[in-house]
Design a protein around this ligand. Structure first.
Ligand SMILES: Cc1ncc(COP(=O)(O)O)c(C=O)c1O
Length: 373
């Protein structure tokens, strides 16, 4: 086990490029000073391209869940009828947050190995014209399913409900066209495809969602988006922000812009396809069908998933993630998002082959990898 070089193959936090890490070591500056006021709005506006919106993007200092709670705190009043689309752990989190804010919560459950079904959503909405908000997860990290949020938006048709999307493990790894697809709120976070350390969430709102927010009467303070809006007009945040994430974001955006977003998405799709082909060749079973497969992580069935990945962690220092919820102990998850290349996929597959070989399941390719050690 090599402690000096963490080999993270988990669905976030992801490895951070050294250019980005260096930004985290810069001197602290005054978050009410001229330099910050100039740089902060400029960098946030560059995120708009990745969100696919012409509307402002706000930064909340906190983890991805802080971004999710910001959405709920600003939209859900006690008794608001909401629909949560639940096909995994993070869909469930939307329902828990809405319950915490005293919404009237309706849940449409989907199997924890496939995408939400837009037809069922359309049918439910037809029977429930009173629903005001729909909550969905774009990339369900607990199952490695990429939900077709564009199809969900289409299924909504001219129903009044606003569509709120958790894009925490999708944004920067899968295309997001918030305005064109009709998504009303999109939430993301620093430590996934945006290749930064944890510590910031990002949120954007459609004009409709911005107007709706005015009638929300939930108790909120730190997460009150109206404060973030007022302060962003001055180039600031209402509370002391994670200043270093702002520096890091400048660097990460430079990298993504240089690569080109289409190339970034193509790289993620390639890593998905390589991982899936490799897992199949190893004789292991994928949790999710090709149709619903995530470009940012892959879930693999294994009867002793936890022991298997602990052994790999101990022997080779490579970290895979465990299963969540109903998949705990039966699935392991391979992250291939953000600062990741096809070579990272090859090394992940190699380590799986070598370990499987020890248990008499080696393929010819594994024999070659072993011979090279
Ligand atoms: C899809 C999704 N939503 C929300 C979260 C929560 O983010 P955080 O752990 O940063 O609060 C995660 C984290 O893994 C996630 O993958």
């Amino acid at each position: 086990m090599y402690r000096f070089k963490p080999e993270l193959r988990i669905p976030g936090p992801v490895p951070v490029p050294s250019e980005v890490s260096l930004q985290m070591a810069r001197p602290v500056i005054n978050h009410r000073g001229a330099v910050f006021k100039e740089r902060f709005p400029a960098v946030l506006s560059r995120l708009q391209l990745i969100f696919g919106t012409k509307n402002p993007v706000y930064m909340i200092t906190g983890s991805g869940t802080a971004g999710m709670e910001t959405a709920v705190a600003n939209l859900v009043s006690p008794g608001t009828p909401v629909l949560c689309l639940v096909g995994g752990f993070f869909g469930k989190r939307w329902a828990e947050l809405c319950t915490a804010y005293k919404a009237q919560v309706h849940v449409l459950e989907f199997p924890w190995d496939r995408g939400v079904d837009p037809d069922q959503v359309a049918e439910f909405l037809q029977q429930h014209p009173e629903i005001e908000l729909i909550f969905v997860v774009y990339n369900e990290s607990s199952t490695a399913v990429l939900n077709d949020v564009q199809a969900v938006a289409k299924a909504r048709g001219d129903h009044q409900a606003l569509l709120v999307v958790d894009a925490v493990s999708a944004l920067g790894g899968a295309p997001c066209e918030m305005d064109a697809w009709g998504l009303d709120v999109v939430v993301s976070a620093a430590q996934k495809c945006l290749m930064m350390p944890p510590g910031a969430a990002f949120i954007a709102l459609s004009e409709r969602a911005r107007a709706y927010l005015e009638k929300c009467d939930s108790s909120r303070y730190y997460f009150d988006l109206r404060k973030y809006e007022q302060f962003l007009a001055k180039g600031e945040t209402p509370f002391t922000p994670n200043i270093h994430i702002v520096f890091a974001l400048e660097e990460t955006l430079k990298m993504l812009e240089t690569e080109g977003l289409d190339n970034v998405y193509a790289r993620h799709a390639l890593m998905r396809d390589m991982t899936r082909a490799g897992i199949r060749a190893l004789g292991l079973e994928l949790l999710v069908s090709d149709r619903d497969a995530s470009p940012t992580l892959t879930a693999v069935k294994h009867p002793q998933a936890d022991e298997f990945r602990q052994r790999i962690r101990k022997k080779y220092g490579v970290e895979f993630a465990g299963g969540q919820g109903t998949h705990a102990g039966k699935v392991f998850r391979i992250g291939h998002m953000g600062y990741a290349t096809p070579l990272d996929v090859l090394t992940a597959l190699a380590v799986l082959e070598v370990e499987l070989q020890k248990f008499g399941q080696a393929t010819e390719a594994a024999e070659r990898v072993l011979a090279a050690r």
